[in-house]
Design a protein around this ligand. Structure first.
Ligand SMILES: C[S@@+](CC[C@H](N)C(=O)[O-])C[C@H]1O[C@@H](n2cnc3c(N)ncnc32)[C@H](O)[C@@H]1O
Length: 191
């Protein structure tokens, strides 16, 4: 789903980038995001700041997709070498089976009512033993947040992290690592 105007602004400012750089990305690194020289897909890449952080891994290729053309326009403005950005719906990934080594998500699935379909698509495009690094908030916490701040999260996209973790395993993933902090979960799963 597209972001509301208020959430779009909240996602595209210096404070958000600071949080992503100093907390969210380091947590992924700590639970095992170390792969160098690999093919990375980032889902819901937003303004492309995740691509800046992930460039530290010197990927062989990086593709970021996002539903919102406004986000992809911002990502293109970064003019990152070796990074490709495209407008696309994560529920229908335009990539061949077993064509990616690593898929990364910084807080996106809780905007997608078809989040289970996205997880299945991630499984499809990962190579055998490929890695899925995903950060999401717990749906119950987002629902409480909505009652106060009304950012426009769709109720039918919200899920509990316990259900999310169960679905990862049902899809075929093995969860190798996870961290939880302030109603958010970070997962490292292997295909
Ligand atoms: C909360 S923002 C996070 C953006 C970025 N990952 C970050 O951490 O700053 C969620 C992003 O997911 C994108 N998004 C929502 N639904 C999507 C879908 N079905 N397919 C691809 N991207 C989607 C939104 O446009 C938005 O940029």
């Amino acid at each position: 789903m597209r972001l509301s105007n208020v959430e779009f602004k909240a996602m595209n400012n210096a404070a958000r980038r600071l949080l992503q750089r100093t907390v969210e990305y380091p947590l992924f690194r700590r639970i095992g995001l170390t792969e160098q020289n690999c093919d990375i897909l980032e889902i819901g890449c937003g303004s492309g700041y995740g691509a800046v952080l992930l460039s530290e891994l010197r990927p062989r290729s990086y593709v970021g997709i996002d539903l919102m053309p406004e986000q992809i326009a911002l990502a293109h403005q970064r003019r990152l070498p070796n990074a490709e950005f495209m407008v696309h719906d994560a529920a229908y990934l335009p990539f061949a089976d077993e064509s990616k080594d690593v898929v990364v998500i910084f807080g996106v699935l809780h905007h997608i009512p078809m989040w289970r379909k996205v997880v299945s698509e991630v499984y499809r495009v990962l190579r055998p033993s490929g890695r899925f690094f995903v950060e999401e908030p717990d749906g119950a916490a987002v629902a409480r947040f909505e009652q106060v701040f009304a950012w426009g999260h769709a109720p039918d996209a919200l899920f509990l992290l316990s259900d999310f973790e169960r679905f990862l395993r049902e899809t075929g993933f093995t969860v190798l690592g996870q961290r939880h902090m302030m109603s958010f979960g970070w997962y490292h799963a292997r295909k």
